[in-house]
Design a protein around this ligand. Structure first.
Ligand code: SF4
Length: 142
């Protein structure tokens, strides 16, 4: 059988596939995280913790103690902390405009860690502020 594709074409196709796949995956993760609120990040961190702790407990009897500690530390970082940090970065990036450039960002009722108006218990968006600007009050430290 004769191969009609040259090596450079094959490499270009591979690079294009990887690039497109990574971009698509990045966009998917980004759009997925865009919809999320801080509670979801915490919720999934708790779920991961609830799965990891019993798993580590089971592994405790199967591994040597000195290796188990390293495995536990690395898995806590890899399964709980690192994904949380990545998700928080996506979350912040997705909500950056709201956190930094809306009327809410200078309001004392705005909780930027949760992107939440604490007075109305609602999430402001770029299109809609829960109070429509009527209840804005300046932050004390501004
Ligand atoms: S009171 Fe109004 S301006 Fe202040 S955080 Fe809530 S929606 Fe935003």
């Amino acid at each position: 059988m004769v191969c009609l594709i040259s090596n450079s074409q094959r490499i270009n196709a591979t690079i294009n596939f990887n690039l497109n796949f990574n971009l698509t995956l990045g966009k998917t993760i980004f759009s997925f995280c865009r919809e999320k609120i801080m509670g979801h990040l915490i919720f999934w961190a708790i779920i991961r913790t609830a799965i990891l702790i019993p798993s580590l407990w089971l592994l405790y009897g199967m591994m040597e103690y000195k290796y188990w500690w390293w495995f536990a530390i690395l898995s806590i970082y890899g399964v709980i902390i690192h994904p949380l940090v990545i998700q928080y970065r996506f979350f912040y990036e997705a909500n950056k405009e709201i956190i930094e450039n809306t009327l809410c960002s200078s309001c004392k009722y705005f909780d930027k860690t949760a992107v939440l108006c604490m007075k109305y218990d609602k999430h402001p968006t770029l299109e809609e502020l829960p109070c429509e600007g009527n209840d804005w009050e300046p932050k004390e430290n501004v």
